[in-house]
Ligand binder design. Structure first.
Ligand code: ADP
Ligand code: MG
Length: 683
């Protein structure tokens, strides 16, 4: 098929410019829509012009003069049967003075404004009013462009593209009709050449029915690739894990707490997946503190009772370590053999770990990225759990899967956990290839965390407050500012804070933990904090995720204005983990940028991770929220998840139907919007 710009005989220089606009294929030209329109389809009487609304008028020039004060300009007075208007040109050539001389008739297009001399148009477009020259038959498109590429060149190229017959319909008409959608080529043509009297407003704000079809199509392309991936998974093999129901129940019953009903529900969803012969890819989301770790642990236990190994990967060593300590405490009494694995282990220990994993001497492996290194060979991996999955890229998730399956015919089941809840719109679109389980309640007896915004000038009062909390037997975190430009500076600041707090509170024990420490040092500090031997833990943002010390009831976040919403919420979630009232103090430094003000207001007003994620999506857009590069999902060109949320479930149904009934045809929308098929669809 001829689908490259070169096939349209567009010259190379222009092709380079088109490329700058993201246009590389013929179809991209067609999908390059105007950002505004000019209405040259009718002539407006001067007396009927509306201020601020662009229009085309036709009249006779009755005077034309060049003024020099206040600056050089050409003033042309134009009259039609209904009234008079002044056209003002601030930049003009000598030839234009002759051209626009009195007695001649012209058409002028511009925006009427109320000026010094009554109603005027500044720099209108104009051409000779030739009674034989017809008015435009459609609205005139104005395209986004780059320097060097004229509107004319774009229009010509788009016309050529239309002639090359690439606008086949991709959705079967039986499906389009009940949805009241226009045909694809009809919709595209309307957007490039809207008929006279089209509502320009609805074209611009994308509510026009033609837009509805385009956006539908774009969402459809994305849904189809996600859903194909989803269904394709059902054809792959994973171990059927039968577990041991009775023993699992026993374990759950002897826990010191009772699972919430939300935890029970998601657990049932997971266990039911583990019984299937194809791999589970499930996202477990739940707000910070909702109790995901125990769910993961039970899933691992089920796997191990089924005769397979389970692995849990966490993004930081601190978190992995904490999981290790906690899970080992839960599982050791059952005779489950656990293995710790991180990059910082000594070679000898690491080799030992690799052997244990390879020969199934251990059942549960907990660690960091070290789990996905080449040397790691699992004997029989049945389940891989990825905690705080948003910290890992798609490739790393894939790596764990590939890693585990390369030595056998089975792929492991995967459970991805996140405390950054994904708004429904996002999970339905970007995560349509996953199943989602949501823990939507916190364990009983938790008190909402109190959040305070305090100017950092009042730092000493805050320290006083920390002292009171610690003297009453509780513990506190002091999170030092994130300094993106310099890790050294970040560390220095943390040390200064540590020294200051220590000086100020000789009767309390202060600890410092940061990313540059080696593992043993870190572990020693964290252990001391768990045991309440350290009262105030000064930390860089290394503690952002997962750390769980229920006795800590106060957290101070220094320079909170530098942090994003998700990060603030994660940090705040370090407290409020027990039944005690907890407080989070956000210290900020003035002056605040508008964005920082907005964020602080939102985090102050809401404790609900889902609401925050929704707000975050509004502020940052999906790309940033997911880390577009990291998540490997292409952004949308025209669809906006906010505005088009209501379309999503319909689109998902159509995608499923198309995949089922029209397998090959279903790929067309995908290639149309994304060029080639994504890698996972090729495989
Ligand atoms: P997160 O979902 O943020 O990972 P955790 O799994 O760390 O949360 O759980 C937070 C705390 O709540 C932990 O101390 C955990 O042991 C405890 N917990 C988990 N489930 C329950 C429950 N049903 N009732 C009481 N406490 C629970
Ligand atoms: Mg957690």
């Amino acid at each position: 098929m001829k689908d490259q710009l070169i096939d349209l005989k567009i010259n190379e220089k222009a092709i380079k410019l088109f490329n700058k606009l993201g246009i590389t294929r013929v179809i991209d030209l067609v999908l390059h829509f105007p950002y505004r329109y000019i209405d040259e389809t009718r002539i407006t009487l001067i007396s009927e012009m509306a201020i601020g609304e662009e229009c085309l008028i036709e009249g006779e020039i009755i005077s034309s003069e060049v003024l020099y004060r206040p600056r050089k300009m050409l003033l042309v007075k134009v009259k039609d049967s209904s009234g008079l208007i002044t056209c003002r040109f601030l930049h003009f050539y000598a030839s234009q003075i002759t051209q626009l001389s009195s007695g001649k008739s012209f058409r002028f297009f511009g925006e009427p404004k109320l000026g010094y001399n009554g109603i005027e148009m500044v720099h209108p477009k104009y051409h000779v009013a030739n009674p034989l020259k017809e008015l435009a038959s459609t609205l005139t498109p104005v395209y986004p462009t780059v320097a060097g590429l004229t509107q004319h060149a774009i229009k010509k190229a788009i016309e050529l593209a239309f002639k090359s017959n690439i606008l086949e319909e991709t959705v079967p008409s039986s499906m389009l009709q009940p949805l009241h959608l226009l045909g694809f080529s009809e919709a595209v043509k309307i957007l490039h050449y809207p008929p006279p009297n089209s509502s320009i407003d609805s074209l611009l704000d994308k509510t026009h029915i033609a837009w509805k079809r385009i956006i539908f199509d774009e969402l459809l392309a994305q849904q189809i690739s996600a859903r194909i991936n989803y269904h394709q998974r059902e054809t792959r093999q994973a171990p059927v894990l039968k577990g041991n129901k009775q023993q699992l129940q026993q374990f759950i019953q002897q826990l010191t707490f009772k699972l919430t009903s939300a935890q029970e529900r998601v657990l049932a969803e997971i266990i039911s997946d583990l019984h299937r012969p194809y791999p589970m890819h499930r996202l477990l989301q739940g707000d910070v503190g909702s109790g995901k770790t125990i769910i993961a642990t039970i899933a691992c236990l089920h796997t191990i009772y089924g005769g397979y190994q389970a692995a849990l990967m966490a993004p930081t060593e601190i978190l992995a370590e904490q999981h290790f300590i906690k899970i080992e405490r839960w599982l050791k009494p059952l005779g489950i053999r656990t293995q710790w694995l991180t990059g910082s282990m000594k070679k000898k220990d690491k080799d030992g770990a690799h052997q244990n994993i390879k020969h199934h001497i251990v059942d549960l492996i907990i660690g960091t990225h070290a789990l996905i290194q080449n040397e790691v060979e699992f004997a029989k991996l049945g389940l891989a759990v990825i905690d705080e999955q948003h910290r890992f890229g798609v490739e790393q998730r894939l790596a764990l899967r590939v890693q585990a399956s390369q030595h056998g015919q089975f792929e492991p089941h995967m459970l991805m956990m996140t405390a950054t809840p994904i708004p429904r719109t996002l999970s339905m679109s970007y995560f349509a290839d996953l199943d989602v389980s949501t823990i939507n309640e916190l364990p009983q007896g938790r008190q909402p965390i109190i959040t305070k915004l305090i100017d950092s000038k009042r730092r000493d009062e805050v320290i006083q407050r920390i002292r009171e909390v610690c003297l009453a037997g509780h513990q506190a975190y002091w999170v030092c500012p994130l300094i993106e430009e310099s890790e050294t500076l970040e560390l220095e600041t943390a040390r200064d804070t540590f020294n200051y707090l220590q000086q100020y509170s000789p009767d309390l024990k202060v600890g410092l933990v940061h990313g540059k420490m080696d593992r043993l040092e870190k572990q020693a500090i964290m252990d001391a904090f768990y045991k309440n031997d350290i009262h105030i833990l000064v930390a860089t943002t290394v503690i952002e995720v997962g750390v769980d010390v229920p006795n800590a009831t106060m957290i101070v976040i220094d320079h909170a204005e530098r942090m994003g919403l998700a990060q603030l919420h994660q940090l705040r979630g370090r407290v409020g983990r027990g039944s005690q009232l907890s407080i989070c103090i956000l210290l900020y430094q003035t002056p605040l940028s508008d964005l920082a003000k907005q964020r602080l207001k939102i985090i102050y007003e809401s404790n609900d991770g889902f609401e925050l994620a929704r707000q975050d999506l509004l502020i940052r857009g999906p790309g940033e929220l997911l880390g577009a590069k990291q998540s490997g999902v292409p952004g949308f060109r025209y669809a906006s998840l906010d505005q088009h949320e209501d379309l999503l479930s319909t689109v998902q149904n159509v995608a499923d139907d198309m995949i089922q009934e029209f397998h090959l045809m279903a790929l067309n929308p995908v290639t149309r919007w994304h060029g080639q098929l994504p890698d996972y669809l090729k495989a």
